[in-house]
Design a protein around this ligand. Structure first.
Ligand code: 5GP
Length: 110
């Protein structure tokens, strides 16, 4: 199982802030902003560039979950990041969206 599947299965604890049939969202253990939540599809796609037509609904559900979680947590401005592959800093090969907010975010990111 991926680390995030273990969180989904409650084998590893996490601070879960939102769940629906397709996604789960929990706080990142090493937050990079006052609010740093990971939005994770229950279905494993190892990284974005391995997504296919069959994953279109799941991908869309992840995007919708961002808005739901941001509203729930009272974020106005926020950033959504997907790290694809090791060169982008991906460390967990179970697709996830980083939702970052609660402070002024600079551009470009590092
Ligand atoms: P990536 O680098 O793959 O885009 O993001 C993986 C994220 O998972 C990192 O931001 C890292 O801090 C977070 N993470 C790693 N292990 C755990 C864990 O056990 N629990 C939680 N909540 N987050 C984790």
């Amino acid at each position: 199982l991926t680390l995030f599947e273990k969180i989904i299965a409650r084998q590893i604890p996490a601070d879960i802030v939102y769940e629906d049939d397709h996604t789960i969202a929990f706080r990142d253990i090493h937050p990079q902003a006052p609010t740093h939540v990971l939005i994770v599809p229950r279905q494993v796609i190892p990284r974005l560039d391995l997504a296919t037509e069959a994953d279109v609904e799941v991908l869309g559900r992840c995007m919708l979950a961002v808005g739901i979680v941001a509203k729930q947590l009272g974020l106005s401005g926020y950033r959504v990041v997907i790290n694809n592959g090791e060169d982008a800093g991906q460390t967990v090969f179970h697709l996830h969206l980083h939702l970052l907010g609660g402070r002024r975010l600079t551009w470009p990111p590092g």
